[in-house]
Design a protein around this ligand. Structure first.
Ligand code: GDP
Length: 421
């Protein structure tokens, strides 16, 4: 990997529309598939009289290994273009995608939406676009895939583009922030080279569009927010909380406060990659040591921030949620587990204030009795234990959550306002 700027990229879209194939193609075209793997495939291809089909062999092999249960995960693959080093973050469909995305474990900067030309917008296309919008994805590159299956028809392409635009309008995703490209992940059209099969298209090809994505801006101006993942005791140093800086800057010498545990002290040392550093920035995973703060004073789920601008602790908070998969209905009094940054806290739905029409954003119903799959709503939530969380309008990194019950993510949301303890 070069020292180019880094981006986290999500690949989203309906099942079987070609996400894995596209990832394979991107890895292949950018030279990110290890040489020995390609060599091996080349040999096999030649043995079977199919020289020149290395890509197909890479993909077949991935599919085969997937069937055998050997996970060649498309998540966490890396590839570089002229402008960026990309890491593909967890993809929807993977069990904990929504939770990971919301809790920050795999916050994507931008996304590629794959829509098959022969199938158009499907339920998961809608769900993923809605999530991308809610979770603050910057730009969307829409790859209208499998163009080979529709004979590279411009009419079919345009129809899918219209469907997707309508969907983006519905969830109020600015279509200015979306670009559209006719591709075939399998055949390689308009991925690394402009395709002769789509003479009617003169826009960017996929690698160009990836190069032209806006650079993520690290939230260094916001106040420090560092959710604690674990707390260790290290001999010679003492108590070492570890976590990732989400916003702001952590400096040695700063006075910091941990909430909701409500303890504070001065930062003595900050360590990153086993080396002492004077400060840490958004995205940095650090261990640090705070004067006077012992192992039993703080815990996972606490958030560290400046003592004079400490993390908010909610008595209640108002949030907008969208229900994704709940077997029945959600009513007042429901108390599932909320996952927000590193915290997991049971919270009660105290009131369902409004049902929102997802296509217009207008209030569809005041104080509904219940909400169910597909509904968006404004709700008031009461954590059963102290929880540090922030309005997403002020600190988006600490303002979203996943609601889990029965082993799955049933809803996702973002915080509108916090009524502090
Ligand atoms: P995912 O579920 O979205 O990851 O989809 P896959 O990448 O597993 O692809 C699903 C099926 O579509 C596989 O059989 C692929 O070979 C096929 N496929 C993917 N992209 C293309 C394409 O551009 N053209 C054609 N003809 N088939 C494709």
């Amino acid at each position: 990997m070069s020292d180019e700027q880094h981006q986290n990229l999500a690949i989203i879209g309906h099942v079987d529309h070609g996400k894995s194939t596209l990832v394979g193609r991107l890895l292949y075209e950018t030279g990110s598939v290890p040489e020995h793997v390609i060599e091996q495939h080349k040999e096999e291809a030649e043995e079977k009289g199919k020289g020149g089909f290395e890509f197909a062999y890479v993909m077949d092999n991935l599919a085969e290994e997937r069937e055998r249960g050997v996970t060649i995960d498309i998540a966490h693959q890396e590839f570089s273009t002229d402008t960026y080093d990309f890491t593909i973050v967890d993809c929807p469909g993977h069990r904990d995608f929504v939770k990971n995305m919301i809790t920050g474990a795999s916050q994507a900067d931008n996304a590629v939406l794959v829509v098959a030309a022969d199938d158009g917008v499907q339920p998961q296309t809608q769900e993923h676009v809605f999530l991308a919008r809610t979770l603050g994805i910057g730009e969307l590159i829409v790859g209208v895939n499998k163009m080979d299956l529709v004979d590279y028809s411009e009419g079919d392409y345009k129809q899918v583009v219209e469907e997707v635009k309508e969907l983006l309008n519905q969830v109020r995703f600015d279509t200015e922030d979306a670009s559209f490209i006719p591709i075939s992940a399998f055949e390689g059209d308009n991925i690394a080279e402009a395709s002769d099969n789509t003479g009617w298209y003169d826009g960017d090809i996929l690698l160009e569009a990836l190069n032209n994505l806006p650079a993520p801006e690290p939230p260094t101006d916001a106040p420090l927010r560092l959710p604690i993942q674990d707390v260790y005791t290290i001999s010679g140093i003492g108590t070492v909380p570890v976590g990732r800086v989400e916003t702001g800057i952590l400096n040695t010498g700063d006075n910091v406060s941990f909430q909701p545990s409500d303890v504070s002290g001065e930062v003595k040392t900050v360590e990153m990659h086993h080396e002492e550093v004077p400060k840490a920035e958004p995205g940095d995973n650090v261990g640090f040591n705070v004067r006077g703060v012992g192992k039993d004073d703080i815990r996972r789920g606490d958030v560290c921030g400046p003592a004079d601008d400490p993390p908010s602790v909610a008595e209640t908070f108002q949030a907008q949620i969208v229900v994704m998969q709940h077997p029945s209905v959600i009513t007042e009094g429901y108390t599932p587990v909320f996952h927000a940054h590193t915290a997991q806290v049971a919270c009660t739905v105290e009131s369902i204030d409004k049902k929102i029409d997802p296509s217009s954003g207008e209030v569809a119903e005041e104080n509904p009795d219940f909400i169910q799959n597909g509904d968006a709503a404004v709700v008031t939530i009461r954590p059963q234990k102290p929880l540090s969380i922030e309005p997403s309008g002020e600190i988006p990194e600490l303002g979203s959550f996943a609601i889990r019950d029965m082993g799955q993510t049933i809803a996702a949301g973002k915080v509108l306002s916090v009524n502090e303890r």
